[in-house]
Ligand binder design. Structure first.
Ligand code: ZN
Length: 227
C-alpha cells in the first residue's frame, strides 16, 4: 500500500515535523503560501490576550522565511496553497487563479522543478475554480473530507484524503485502506502546538507506518499519476 501525507500552510512547526520525517525516511508534500512569508521566519508563539488573528487554540505556528524556504523543504514535494491562502469563491475567480499560479510559479523557481499540486485553502472550491485549475495545468487539488477509498476519485481537482492525522480512528483507517492500496492523511503541524504528547503521537504513527512491511511511503502526485 502506498502511504502519502501532506501538510499545509508553511509554518515553523514544520521544522520539528521534518526532523521526524527524516528519522523514518518518510515522504511528504507541503502546501505553501509564499505570499505569507517574510524574508526571515516568523517564530511560533502563544497569542497575547486580545490577539484576533489566525491561531490553533491560541497557538500561532509562525511562517517559514523565504530565505530558508529551499533548505527546509528541498527533500520533499511542495505545492501551491495560493499566494496568501486566498479561498476560492470568496475572492473573484481571476484573483483566485492568479494567487494559485503565482504560488506555483514562485515554488517552481525556488525549487527548480514542476509543482503541479494544489490544496484548496479552507477547502473552498467551486465548479468554476476546479475548471480554472485544470485549464492551467494543475494535476490535482485536495479538499478536506474523509474517504475509505482515496483511489475512487472521479475528478483529481476534488482529491479526498483518507483522514486528518489526528482522526480518532487513524489506525483503523490505515488498516482498512490496505484494501484500496492508498492511505492518505493530512494536517497542519501547528495543530500539535508545543504539546509533547501530541508530537509523540504523531511520531508513533509515522514509526508505525514505516515499520509495516505492507506500507510504502509515496508522494501525493504519485497516486494521482497512478490513476
Ligand atoms: Zn491552509
Amino acid at each position: 500500500m502506498k502511504v502519502v501525507q501532506c501538510w499545509d500552510d508553511g509554518v515553523v512547526t514544520d521544522l520539528r515535523l521534518i526532523e521526524i520525517l527524516y528519522k523514518y525516511n518518510a515522504k511528504a508534500t507541503f502546501n505553501l503560501c509564499p505570499g505569507k512569508m517574510t524574508e526571515e521566519r516568523q517564530e511560533p508563539r502563544w497569542a497575547a490576550p486580545g490577539y484576533s488573528g489566525w491561531s490553533c487554540r491560541g497557538f500561532f505556528g509562525g511562517h517559514i522565511g523565504s530565505r530558508e524556504l529551499y533548505g527546509v523543504y528541498k527533500d520533499f514535494q511542495v505545492a501551491s496553497h495560493c499566494w496568501q491562502h486566498e479561498c476560492a469563491g470568496k475572492v473573484p475567480d481571476e484573483d483566485f487563479i492568479k494567487a494559485a499560479l503565482d504560488a506555483r510559479h514562485y515554488l517552481e523557481d525556488v525549487f527548480g522543478r514542476p509543482c503541479p499540486g494544489f490544496a484548496w485553502p479552507c477547502s473552498c472550491h467551486t465548479p468554476e475554480t476546479c475548471d480554472l485549475l485544470r485549464e492551467n495545468g494543475f494535476a490535482y487539488a485536495r479538499v478536506v473530507a474523509e474517504t475509505d477509498d482515496v483511489t475512487a476519485f472521479e475528478d483529481p481537482m476534488l482529491l479526498v484524503p483518507s483522514c486528518h492525522f489526528q482522526a480518532r480512528d487513524f489506525y483503523a483507517r490505515f488498516e482498512n485502506a490496505k484494501k484500496t492500496g492508498v492511505f492518505y492523511f493530512w494536517g497542519h503541524s501547528y495543530e500539535m502546538m508545543d504539546s509533547p504528547g501530541m508530537w509523540q503521537q504523531l511520531e508513533d504513527k509515522i514509526a508505525w507506518i514505516s515499520r509495516d512491511p505492507e506500507a510504502e511511503w509515496a508522494d501525493v502526485i504519485d497516486i494521482v499519476k497512478a490513476k
